[in-house]
Design a binder for this molecule. Structure first.
Ligand SMILES: [Zn+2]
Length: 422
């Protein structure tokens, strides 16, 4: 049996939770080797653990590495049990903007005028055109001194509110539903200690970003190349025919990367090379290069090109050596998601049932979902109603947050209905 959630009520509950969560500092630190990378993340994890326990879920566990996992078991007693599905959000916020003492501003009945923030900053719909979609709706911003933290506390508030609704409507059939809140997504280390064995979920959804109706099922294939240059140093006054300068070799190498395939020259489905670091002296030098593309053959072509550039530099600098070390970082999750098309088709239906048009976007980066997909749990990303991430101009639309929560409820019902008719 299907039942329509009251979106006004969902929004009220989401807002209460969201304002509480964003006031709790959770900035992560990419230079820390600990998981969680900062102790402040525990404050929100403990708060969420209490809230999940108060909801009366069947299992709530907070691991010693800061992964919070909760489960609502299936209430279906006859026929097929739907597969367990999980909803993921991260507790940390990016260190790219301050995240302490967040002071959220709630603007009701938004009139499409520029929103003034402290420090002379403005959220102007002329510049940030997504604002134009929300005339008369509620907009939430920071005061301008910090980020807001919709990335990803909007996702957390939407997931918990969806579960609360489900607990209050016991006539709705559902399979096992899991909630997974993770630390350190922003540092890229969020899944390094992930307790995969504690999950029952066959499929997951990250609720982590993007505007109204956006589905992200594709990301880059990512490799990095560490390049070590070995030169031969010599007294500069007597260097002719003897000195092999590693600084020059590194400069030559980076200069040979095609400029038309750099991040600053590409968008959409085009991949790139990007040198992200260079250092050294005449004897040894080092550079690190990112290779990114949506297609694996294009990554393989770039790997070959890097090898060709290395041998060219060696022949231009006789006596010098170039050593390459390729490391795979993450894969495009599309290939894995394509093997279970219902993960996306059910999501598309859930978005439509929330009254929205699903819009597919490709992530020019990676997600925890990409890592989890590689670990065997196909995990696309779903919008959460937040915009302008990692900045003091971050904002969220309560209308879109309500739609995200409704999409979660719809998804749970759609998976249950499909199992029933399977
Ligand atoms: Zn995020």
């Amino acid at each position: 049996m299907a039942m329509e959630p009251d979106e006004k009520y969902l929004c009220k509950r989401i807002l209460e939770r969201f304002l509480r969560y964003v006031r709790t500092e959770t900035t992560s630190d990419r230079h820390s080797a600990e998981i969680p990378s900062t102790s402040c993340q525990w404050d929100l994890l403990h708060l969420l653990e209490r809230e999940l326990k108060d909801l009366g879920l069947d299992m709530v566990e907070l691991t010693d590495k800061g992964y919070l996992i909760a489960r609502l078991e299936s209430n279906i007693t006859e026929g097929n049990t739907p597969p367990a599905i999980g909803f993921i959000a991260h507790v940390d916020t990016s260190q790219d903007a301050p995240g302490k003492n967040v002071n959220p501003k709630v603007i009701e009945n938004y009139d499409l005028k520029p929103i003034a923030l402290e420090g002379g900053q403005r959220l102007d719909p002329q510049e940030f055109s997504d604002l134009k979609n929300y005339r008369g709706e509620t907009i939430i911003t920071s005061d301008g001194n910090t980020l807001l933290g919709a990335d990803d506390k909007a996702g957390i508030a939407e997931i918990i509110t969806a579960l609360e609704w489900l607990k209050g409507h016991t006539s709705i059939n559902h399979g096992p539903v899991e909630v997974i809140f993770t630390p350190d997504e922003e540092t890229g280390k969020g899944l390094e200690a992930f307790p995969l064995n504690k999950l029952k979920s066959k499929y997951c959804y990250t609720i982590d970003g993007g505007g109204l109706g956006i589905i992200e099922s594709e990301c880059f294939f990512a490799y990095k190349v560490e390049v070590n240059f070995k030169g031969i140093s010599y007294h500069l006054g007597e260097a002719r025919g003897k000195l092999v300068n590693a600084v020059s070799m590194a400069g030559c190498f980076v200069n040979m990367l095609p400029r038309s395939e750099s991040p600053e020259a590409t968008d959409g489905k085009f991949g790139y090379y990007c040198p992200i670091e260079i250092k050294g002296d005449m004897e040894t030098a080092y550079t690190e290069i990112y290779l990114r593309d949506f297609k694996l053959p294009e990554i393989e072509r770039r790997i070959e090109t890097i090898k060709n550039i290395a041998s060219t530099v060696e022949s231009l600098y006789p006596g010098g050596k170039v050593e390459l070390n390729f490391k795979k970082q993450y894969s495009n999750m599309k290939a894995i998601l394509d093997t279970v098309p219902e993960v996306i088709s059910n999501l598309e239906q859930a978005v439509e049932k929330a009254g929205l048009k699903p819009e597919h976007k490709s992530i020019r980066g990676g997600t925890d979902g990409a890592r989890l997909s590689e670990m065997g749990i196909p995990t696309p990303n779903v919008f959460n109603g937040g915009y302008n991430y990692h900045s003091r101009l971050e904002w969220a639309s309560l209308f879109a947050m309500g739609k995200a929560s409704r999409t979660i409820i719809n998804l749970i019902q759609i998976w249950a209905e499909k199992a029933d008719t399977a």
